[in-house]
Ligand binder design. Sequence first.
Ligand code: HEC
Length: 106
Amino acid sequence: SKVVKGEEPFDAAAVLTALQALHANAEKVDVDALFPAGSDTGGDTTASPKIWEDMAGFKATNAKYVADVKAAAAAAPADVDALKAQFGAIGSDCGTCHQTYRVKKG
Ligand code: HEC
């Protein structure tokens, strides 16, 4: 994010390492284990009830994020413009899922 905003210089190796870590972490997200049936009530959470109402949609949204982050790591962006293209897809995946499946705490 800082590289895309111009707050840090572009370093292809560092960017690739960060994208690979993001991808590895994304692959670890096991929706069934993290959002089991019955865990939709209580607790300190901003997870929306919509996750359990539309589990297939939530999984598809997560799968798109994992695919985009995998593609970004595989593309190994060579300059900041290439990174921006990859980062745009990833960032919009974060926002799309949060808008639909996360509630704001008041
Ligand atoms: C498939 C859906 C999905 C995607 C994609 C997603 N998130 Fe989230 N995110 C959630 C949900 C649901 C929560 C709320 C979890 C809870 O409170 O139990 C959350 C919570 C968070 C939190 C707060 C964590 C905390 O401790 O309260 C941060 C920060 C966050 N997401 C960042 C991101 C970023 C950055 C991305 C993209 C790189 C991203 N998320 C992609 C669903 C998603």
